[in-house]
Design a protein around this ligand. Structure first.
Ligand SMILES: [Zn+2]
Length: 271
């Protein structure tokens, strides 16, 4: 008998103040329950070899993704908030898949997307981001860690932020052109939809799995969250471009719903 994961709709229903109604309650098949792999870090296998990584963190829960995309390669999209948690993730990946060539993608320049780069690069990974994301990381890295450290009270996390190094990707592509990465017969399409959450936000479509990794361009929470760098006029138009993808799963930067309904949910919040 097929098992189903009922999406955590209560989270949305609790959001009475939200401008938009809750996303439709799509029920998606799920092969497993989340597995805790390290403190505050869990993985949920949504398709064979495709894991949504959830990092519970004082500033915000955040998602990233690990894909067992070929026998030689591991694709990692975004990363946990800290170097220490990224090391925990890579240890789990190594224990689970053995030695692999790691390819990582940053979907924009914020810390919950790029904080793992230092660890990835030390492992010899190819890390990809757009030229604009690289520019932003170079510009913001001295100040963003300090500002994040001021927002947490846990001394261990403050100390972790104090010793972290933020590094930019070692491969870039022109933002508006995007980039398609190939791993044997499988592909990862990095696509720039336009200015939404940030000017440099990209999404990653995995056609072999029908998974759209939206990052923070797709909102998985009842409210929009941080919008100081957003363009609320362009964002809906950019969301319309998601119709080009035949996505069965849509993974937001934050939140535990992975439904394609999140595209419409985001549009309603933005308008
Ligand atoms: Zn962001």
């Amino acid at each position: 008998m097929k098992r189903f994961l009922v999406l955590p709709i209560l989270f949305f229903l609790a959001a009475c103040n939200s401008k938009a109604p809750a996303p439709a309650h799509t029920t998606l098949p799920s092969p497993a329950a989340p597995v805790t792999i390290a403190p505050n870090l869990s993985v949920l296998e949504i398709e064979k070899g495709v894991f949504v990584v959830s990092h519970e963190f004082p500033i915000a829960q955040a998602n990233s993704m690990v894909v067992d995309i070929s026998p030689k390669d591991l694709l990692i999209i975004d990363a946990p908030w800290t170097s220490a948690s990224t090391r925990d993730l890579l240890k789990w990946a190594k224990d689970t898949f053995g030695d692999r060539k790691i390819t990582a993608i940053n979907t924009h320049s914020h810390m919950d997307r790029v904080a793992g780069n230092d660890v990835f690069l030390a492992e010899g990974a190819d890390v990809y981001s757009s030229d604009l994301t690289i520019k932003y990381v170079k510009k913001s890295k001295p100040t963003e860690l300090k500002s994040l450290a001021s927002r947490v009270s846990d001394p261990a996390i403050k100390a972790e932020f104090a010793k972290m190094k933020i590094r930019e990707a070692n491969h870039s592509f022109p933002l508006k052109e995007g980039k398609t990465l190939s791993f044997g017969e499988k592909k990862a399409e990095i696509f720039y939809p336009g200015h939404g959450h940030t000017k440099d936000n990209v999404v990653v479509y995995l056609p072999d799995y029908k998974i759209l990794y939206g990052g923070c361009f797709i909102v998985g929470l009842p409210k929009l969250g941080y919008i100081k760098e957003a363009d609320l006029k362009e964002w809906p138009k950019a969301l319309d471009k998601m119709s080009r993808f035949d996505a069965k799963w849509v993974i937001p930067g934050h939140g535990t719903s992975y439904s394609p309904d999140l595209i419409e949910h985001t549009k309603k919040l933005v308008k």
